[in-house]
Write a protein that binds this ligand. Sequence first.
Ligand code: G3P
Ligand code: CA
Length: 253
Amino acid sequence: ATRATQHVPTFNSTIFAHRGLPSRAPENTLAAFDLAADEGATWIETDVDIIADGTPIIIHDTALDRTTDHRGKLYDIATAEELAGIDAGSWFAPEFASERVITLDALVDLLNRRKLNANIEIKANEQGAERTIVLVDAIASSLARLDDEREIIISSFSQPVLMTFHARHPEYAIGVLYETAALYDDWLSVLELCGASYIHPEDAGLTRERVQAFRDAGYGVNVWTVDARDRANELLNWGATGVFTNIADQLIR
Ligand code: G3P
Ligand code: CA
């Protein structure tokens, strides 16, 4: 599919199932995303980076240790075939032993099949202009297989990555991630430089005035990571457009 027009944010309240439903299935696996869809989620959040041969894969950490039975760094994995032998579920519970670290292509198939939209956070742990171009083009090439109705937000803490993505693939909506401590007064010019539609601030320390200022500047505001129902309601009442949450099943109900 070609995505000919710039995504126009609708700014409805959006519950992003963060890494799927990580309290009930191993994070960032097909099982976790399927479960989120079963529970009524329409948006998921996930993390992407590339392995040695440039294949985009779905994983949060730079190393495989925490979420698989394999020890070592992501960049030492040569090909997607190598990933197929790695168990990404047993660490969570024995019944998930068949879960794998999936490619972005496999995630795209799932988004199409389950009619899910996705915030795709680019981890980009390995910096450098050349590698960044490989990374963003590989991600865009996978996303080209999405059905036209599917919505995507590309986010990152890395502003160079977002600027490169926006310059090369301007048809995708961009969200700029901020930790509270890094949120200085230059956020408006950063959002403009990145071609962003959204700002994704950290929940800690976020105030009604901040949320209002982001909205008044015309941006959608999706807050991470909000695991308490009262706080999610408060943020959405302040005008936040969405929350990333590990308890999407409870917030949707
Ligand atoms: O996208 C929001 C959130 O996922 C960013 O932090 O560490 O959970 O990827 P992290
Ligand atoms: Ca993330």
